[in-house]
Structures are given as structure tokens and as C-alpha cells.
Write a new protein. Structure first.
Length: 243
């Protein structure tokens, strides 16, 4: 069974539905550039056995959807949560994306996730092999503080090795580091180093999907990044959005 998560997180950054929609649209367009067939059409979240309506890929349409999903009066404080599902395409995993962002609360990290799931496919599929490209798109579109790509075993190995709380910075099969973190990243980790357009850094231990890092090698990469200070946590309550 395929279950891979790619995510980016950052500290407090208050944003309106329009501002969230602008960033989400940049990400959705970036995903379509990676695989237009699997990520070119998106639908609202819906209950099982309900046909969801398509979402137009425009800022006004996405902003209206985000606003409609968060009717409570405290959304400006706690943030807004919304999700989209991509069209089901034979031979490709089910792709979903979530945001939980935009509030002014200073103790819960904002985030954006993209997941790939399938009962029939494995991690050899193109979208998963290009998960570092997805991570780069998340990091750049959301100006994330850090991010990672992982499956359950990889995530648990890192969490167990360092006793990490859920939103603590870490790396998986790939890691995204904001410019401040990237400046501290050690050279020589067993992966490719790619700069994003916004000055961040993606270190991809899969080397573009051509290698399969072990859980032990992922833990060791985390150990080196932590020793260099590249994965130091933001202070809580948050006083900034990135390192």
C-alpha cells in the first residue's frame, strides 16, 4: 500500500482567504507542472459516496471555498483549514492537499500537505519518485520554514530517534530548509542539493528517485542537520514565521 506525505510548516503568519488562495494556487500550478494528468483537476472535500464539485483554479474560487469551509468567527485567530482532492487517474495515486494556516495563534504551526495514497500502487510511481520536486513546490509557494517527505516507517524512525513533538523540524527522504536554515546545512549529506527560487534548499536523499534511503541513513542525516543547527525549533510562542 502506498502512503507518502510531503509537507511544509512555518510559524505564525496571519493571512486572509485571498492570500491563502494565492499561495495555494501557486502550489497547485506547480503540481500540475510535475504531473498535469494526475494534478490538473481538483475537487472539494466531500463525504464518502458523494460526488464533489470541481474547484476552478482561480484565486477568487479558492478563496471562496476556503472561506466557506471556515464559517466560525474565530477563523482569523485559529486559522483556516481546507482540503482538495485531485481527479482519480488510472495508474496514478490518489492525490490530496490540505492547508491549515492563516491565523494569529502563536503556538500551533501553520502547514500545507500533499499526500499520495493507493491500495494498488507502490512507491515506484512517478509522482512519489518526484516527491522532492513536490517538496520544493510546497517550500517555495508557502515560504515554508521547513518541510519533509516521508512514509510512515521513515517518520516513526526519526521521531523515535530524537523524541520529537509532531511539529518539530526534521527531515525525511528529502528535507526543505528555509534560507536561514539552509545557511547552516552541512555539505556532504548523501543526496542532491537543490536551491529553490525563493532561496530555500531541498536535500533529496533519493537523488531524484534513483535511490532508496534506509531509515538508518535518514536518521543519520537528521543527526547531522541537527548538530549543525539547521533543524533548531522556532521559539514557542512563535515570534516569526521562518528561522
Amino acid at each position: 500500500m502506498l502512503d507518502v506525505v510531503v509537507r511544509g510548516l512555518w510559524g505564525v503568519r496571519q493571512q486572509s482567504p485571498d492570500q491563502l488562495a494565492e499561495r495555494w494556487l501557486v502550489l497547485l500550478r506547480g503540481l500540475a507542472e510535475i504531473d498535469d494528468e494526475a494534478c490538473g483537476h481538483w475537487y472539494e472535500a466531500a463525504e464518502e459516496n458523494v460526488s464533489p464539485p470541481a474547484v476552478a483554479l482561480t484565486v477568487p474560487a479558492l478563496a471562496e471555498y476556503i472561506d466557506r469551509q471556515n464559517p466560525d468567527s474565530d477563523a482569523d485567530y485559529i486559522g483556516r483549514v481546507a482540503s482538495l482532492s485531485a481527479a482519480t487517474v488510472p495508474g496514478r495515486p490518489q492525490v490530496e492537499t490540505w492547508i491549515n494556516a492563516g491565523g494569529s495563534a502563536k503556538r500551533v504551526a501553520d502547514s500545507c500537505l500533499v499526500t499520495f495514497r493507493s491500495r494498488e500502487l507502490d512507491e515506484s510511481v512517478e509522482l512519489v519518485r518526484r516527491s522532492a520536486d513536490v517538496l520544493s513546490a510546497i517550500g517555495a509557494s508557502w515560504d515554508a520554514d521547513w518541510g519533509d517527505a516521508y512514509n510512515d516507517d521513515e517518520h516513526e524512525a526519526v521521531a523515535d530517534a530524537f523524541g520529537l513533538r509532531p511539529s518539530a523540524p526534521r527531515g525525511g527522504r528529502s528535507v526543505y530548509l528555509s534560507p536561514g536554515r539552509a545557511a547552516l546545512a552541512p555539505e556532504g549529506l548523501p543526496g542532491t542539493y537543490t536551491r529553490t527560487a525563493t532561496g530555500g534548499l531541498v536535500i533529496d536523499l533519493t537523488r531524484g528517485g534513483t535511490a532508496q534511503p534506509s531509515a538508518e541513513s535518514i536518521v543519520e542525516a537528521n543527526r547531522e542537520l541537527r548538530a549543525a543547527g539547521a533543524l533548531d525549533p522556532l521559539p514557542v510562542p512563535f515570534d516569526r514565521d521562518t528561522f
